[in-house]
Design a binder for this molecule. Structure first.
Ligand code: ASP
Length: 439
C-alpha cells in the first residue's frame, strides 16, 4: 500500500504542528509521499507565509528595500527549525531567494518559496528525500498544467523512491521558470503525486474533521459528511464549498483513487471520503447543502414563445455578446428566466436589455435582484421519494417564498432560488428537516 499525504498550511504553521504531522506520518508506514503547503496562520491574527512572500516580492518589484519583510519570513522558518531541534540551516537558500527577488524572478517564483522551503524542512525532519517540484511538475507555455508530461516524468522519478517530500503549489515551464497553481493549489499537487504513484489513498490533512453538510457560519457545529462522490463535491464546490481546491479532483479521478479529508488536530476522526462511486448510503438522504447570494433574474415574456424556434438561442446570445455567463435558465410556455451573477450583470444591465430587444423582440422584460441560489445535493435523492416535497413544505413552514426550482436530470441536486434575505432561513429549514431531525 502507498499513501500520499498532503498537509495544509495550518497543519504546518509552527514546530508544534510539525510534531503532530510527524506523529501522523510515522504512525503508518504507507504514508510515504508527503506534500506540504507553506506555513499558514498560527492564530487568527497571523499572516500566512505565502502572503508574506507576495508582500515582500511586491516591494522588490518596485525596487524598494525588502530586507525587513524577508527577515520576518526567515524567522518563521527558523522558529520551526529551532522548535524541532533540526540540524539544518536555510542561510544559503535565503541568499538565493534574496538574489532572485532583486533580479525580479517573478511573483510565482516568490510565492512558491513558501512550499519549497517548508519541503526542505519537512524532508530533513522525516529523513525523506526532497524533490523540487520544479523538476517534476510542468506547465505548458500558455500557462495550462501539462498533466501528461508531468505524469510521465513524475511517475518515473518516484518509481524507485522509498519515501519523498514533494512541495505543493508549484511546478515549472519547460525552460525552468517557476509557475504556481492558483491559491490553495497544494491540494492539486497532492492529487498529481497520488496519480503518478497510483496511490491507494490520497489523504488530505487539514484543520477540520472532514467536509461538513453545511457551512458552519450558517449552522453552528453541523454534521460531517462520511462519504461523498466526486460529482456531488463538484456541485457543492460550485455553490461555495471550499474544503478542497476544485481542480484537485481531476488527477485522482482518472485513476479512481479516493481522497480522505482528515484533521491534523484530531487524527482519530475518520474524516470524509471522496470517491468515484459508492454503494454507501449517505446518512441523511441529502449529502450537503450549499448556496450563494447575489444573483439577478431576468424574466423574459413573449406570446407564443413556445412556437418560435431559436428564441432561447437569441436570448442567450444577448448575454453572450455582453460577456455574461448564465447560471440557470428555467422556462415556461411563454416565459424564460435567466439567472446571472448580480455583480457581473449590474453594470451591463441596459446593454443586455437593449440586446434582448434587438435580438429576441420580447413583450416584457422584468428584472429582479438580490436573489440567492441554494443547492441541495445528494446521490440518495434519486432513489428516495418525496425529497422535493419535504424541502418545499419545510420552506413553506418558515414562510420562505420559492422564486425558482431547477432539478437536474441526474437527480443529483435541486437548485432553489429565494431572496437574499431568506437565504439563511431557507438553509436552516432544509438542514433541520433532513439532518437535525434525524440525529
Ligand atoms: N500556500 C499556497 C496558498 O496559500 C498554496 C496552498 O497552501 O495550497 O494558497
Amino acid at each position: 500500500m502507498s499513501k500520499v499525504v498532503k498537509f495544509g498550511g495550518s497543519s504546518l504553521a509552527s514546530a508544534e504542528q510539525f510534531e503532530k504531522v510527524g506523529k501522523i506520518i510515522r504512525a503508518d508506514k504507507d504514508r510515504r509521499f508527503v506534500v506540504p503547503s507553506a506555513p499558514g496562520k498560527r492564530d487568527a491574527k497571523d499572516t500566512k507565509v505565502t502572503d508574506m512572500l507576495y508582500g515582500c516580492y511586491a516591494l522588490a518589484e518596485e525596487g524598494k528595500d525588502f530586507k525587513a519583510e524577508l527577515k520576518a519570513i526567515k524567522e518563521r522558518y527558523q522558529g520551526i527549525i529551532d522548535g524541532l531541534k533540526l540540524d539544518l540551516s536555510l542561510e544559503e537558500e535565503f541568499k538565493i531567494v534574496e538574489k532572485n527577488f532583486k533580479e525580479k524572478a517573478g511573483k510565482d517564483y516568490a510565492a512558491s518559496r513558501g512550499e519549497y522551503l517548508n519541503g526542505i524542512i519537512m524532508a530533513n525532519y522525516l529523513g525523506y528525500e526532497f524533490i523540487d517540484s520544479a523538476t517534476v511538475i510542468f506547465f505548458k507555455e500558455n500557462g495550462e498544467f501539462d498533466s501528461e508530461k508531468t505524469n510521465e516524468i513524475l511517475s518515473e522519478r518516484l518509481k524507485d523512491c522509498k519515501a519523498a517530500v514533494v512541495p505543493g503549489f508549484y511546478g515549472a515551464y519547460e525552460d525552468g521558470r517557476v509557475k504556481t497553481f492558483s491559491r490553495g493549489g497544494s491540494d492539486i499537487t497532492g492529487s498529481i503525486v497520488a496519480r503518478a504513484i497510483k496511490a491507494d489513498v490520497y489523504e488530505n490533512w487539514t484543520d477540520v474533521s472532514g467536509i461538513l453538510v453545511v457551512d458552519p457560519r450558517i449552522i453552528p457545529n453541523p454534521a460531517a459528511i462520511e462519504t461523498i462522490t466526486y460529482r456531488e463535491l463538484r456541485e457543492l464546490s460550485y455553490m461555495g464549498f471550499s474544503v478542497l481546491h476544485e481542480d484537485a479532483i481531476f488527477p485522482v479521478r482518472r485513476e479512481g483513487i479516493p481522497i480522505n479529508i482528515r484533521n491534523t488536530n484530531a487524527p482519530e476522526d475518520n474524516g470524509t471520503w471522496i470517491v468515484g462511486s459508492t454503494c454507501q448510503k449517505s446518512k441523511y438522504v441529502i449529502t450537503g447543502i450549499a448556496g450563494k447570494k447575489g444573483f439577478c433574474s431576468i424574466n423574459i415574456e413573449k406570446d407564443m414563445m413556445n412556437a418560435e424556434i431559436g428564441f432561447g438561442r437569441k436570448v442567450l446570445q444577448a448575454f453572450e455578446d455582453n460577456g455574461i455567463s448564465f447560471e440557470h435558465v428555467p422556462s415556461g410556455i411563454d416565459t424564460m428566466t435567466v439567472f446571472v451573477h448580480q455583480d457581473e450583470f449590474m453594470h451591463k444591465e441596459q446593454q443586455v436589455v437593449a440586446a434582448l430587444h434587438r435580438l429576441a423582440n420580447p413583450d416584457v422584460i422584468d428584472i429582479e435582484s438580490d436573489l440567492a441560489l441554494i443547492a441541495v445535493v445528494g446521490r440518495g435523492m434519486k432513489s428516495t421519494r418525496g425529497v422535493s416535497g419535504r424541502i418545499f413544505s419545510a420552506l413553506a413552514h418558515k414562510n420562505v417564498n420559492v422564486k425558482m426550482i431547477d432539478q437536474g436530470s441526474s437527480e443529483l441536486n435541486i437548485i432553489i432560488g429565494v431572496t437574499n434575505d431568506d437565504f439563511e432561513i431557507a438553509i436552516k429549514a432544509i438542514y433541520d428537516i433532513f439532518v437535525e431531525s434525524q440525529l
